[in-house]
Design a protein around this ligand. Structure first.
Ligand code: ZN
Length: 78
């Protein structure tokens, strides 16, 4: 049940679907061209992180990894 976007898809609009969020970030690898949209999708048993919303590199976090990330961010942002 993955969603495929093309580059013309407007991801900057409201993305309030409860299983999808777009976070504005900066890509240090590809980057000086401004912000990078990070698409986060909640799927069964995991969370998928799709920087650039272009499927060039897609990270899938299982529940354990997502929990670890959550804990670290919580600690750092505390
Ligand atoms: Zn990049």
């Amino acid at each position: 049940m993955s969603v495929v976007f093309d580059n013309s898809d407007s991801t900057t609009g409201p993305a309030r679907n409860s299983h999808r969020r777009v976070v504005m970030t900066t890509c240090q690898a590809h980057g000086a061209a401004g912000f990078t949209n990070l698409l986060m999708t909640k799927e069964d048993g995991g969370i998928v992180l799709n920087p650039h919303v272009a499927n060039c590199c897609v990270l899938r976090l299982d529940e354990q990894a997502a929990t670890a990330l959550h804990d670290v961010l919580g600690e750092w942002l505390g």
